[in-house]
Design a protein. Sequence first.
Length: 80
Amino acid sequence: MPVDAVIDDVKDEDWKEFPLWLWEFHNHIAARIVQVKARRDGGRDDEIIGIWPGTEVCFSCYNIDGSWNMEELYAFLEKT
Protein backbone atom coordinates (compact mmCIF):
# COMPACT_ATOMS: atom_id res chain seq x y z
CA MET A 1 0.00 0.00 0.00
CA PRO A 2 1.46 3.41 -0.94
CA VAL A 3 2.37 5.73 1.91
CA ASP A 4 -0.02 8.42 0.61
CA ALA A 5 -2.91 5.99 0.90
CA VAL A 6 -1.99 5.18 4.51
CA ILE A 7 -1.71 8.87 5.42
CA ASP A 8 -5.10 9.57 3.84
CA ASP A 9 -6.65 6.93 6.11
CA VAL A 10 -5.40 8.65 9.28
CA LYS A 11 -8.13 10.52 11.12
CA ASP A 12 -7.69 13.85 12.92
CA GLU A 13 -8.08 12.06 16.26
CA ASP A 14 -5.11 9.85 15.37
CA TRP A 15 -2.91 12.91 14.87
CA LYS A 16 -3.73 14.09 18.42
CA GLU A 17 -2.07 11.00 19.86
CA PHE A 18 1.46 11.96 18.80
CA PRO A 19 1.79 15.34 20.59
CA LEU A 20 0.08 13.85 23.66
CA TRP A 21 2.56 10.97 23.61
CA LEU A 22 5.47 13.43 23.34
CA TRP A 23 4.03 15.44 26.25
CA GLU A 24 3.66 12.29 28.36
CA PHE A 25 7.22 11.20 27.51
CA HIS A 26 8.53 14.68 28.38
CA ASN A 27 6.84 14.62 31.78
CA HIS A 28 8.12 11.11 32.48
CA ILE A 29 11.71 12.16 31.74
CA ALA A 30 11.34 15.43 33.71
CA ALA A 31 10.01 13.54 36.76
CA ARG A 32 12.88 11.06 36.51
CA ILE A 33 15.43 13.89 36.38
CA VAL A 34 13.90 15.43 39.52
CA GLN A 35 14.18 12.07 41.30
CA VAL A 36 17.81 11.55 40.27
CA LYS A 37 18.80 15.09 41.29
CA ALA A 38 17.03 14.69 44.63
CA ARG A 39 18.93 11.48 45.37
CA ARG A 40 22.21 13.04 44.30
CA ASP A 41 21.80 16.38 46.07
CA GLY A 42 19.58 15.36 48.98
CA GLY A 43 16.77 17.66 47.82
CA ARG A 44 13.04 17.14 47.39
CA ASP A 45 12.00 13.99 45.61
CA ASP A 46 8.76 15.50 44.37
CA GLU A 47 8.00 14.57 40.77
CA ILE A 48 5.28 17.23 40.60
CA ILE A 49 8.12 19.74 40.26
CA GLY A 50 8.92 18.29 36.83
CA ILE A 51 5.34 18.08 35.53
CA TRP A 52 4.43 20.48 32.73
CA PRO A 53 2.26 22.41 32.36
CA GLY A 54 1.66 23.39 35.95
CA THR A 55 -1.60 24.84 37.21
CA GLU A 56 -0.12 28.34 37.14
CA VAL A 57 0.33 28.07 33.36
CA CYS A 58 -2.73 26.01 32.39
CA PHE A 59 -5.28 25.69 35.15
CA SER A 60 -7.88 24.38 32.71
CA CYS A 61 -5.58 21.45 31.82
CA TYR A 62 -6.60 19.86 35.13
CA ASN A 63 -9.90 18.36 36.21
CA ILE A 64 -11.28 19.07 39.69
CA ASP A 65 -9.90 15.74 40.94
CA GLY A 66 -6.38 16.66 39.77
CA SER A 67 -6.38 14.37 36.72
CA TRP A 68 -5.57 15.72 33.28
CA ASN A 69 -8.25 17.25 31.07
CA MET A 70 -6.91 15.88 27.81
CA GLU A 71 -8.99 18.11 25.53
CA GLU A 72 -7.81 21.27 27.31
CA LEU A 73 -4.26 19.93 27.42
CA TYR A 74 -4.29 19.29 23.68
CA ALA A 75 -5.60 22.81 23.04
CA PHE A 76 -2.84 24.19 25.26
CA LEU A 77 -0.19 22.18 23.41
CA GLU A 78 -1.50 23.53 20.09
CA LYS A 79 -1.10 27.09 21.36
CA THR A 80 2.43 26.60 22.75
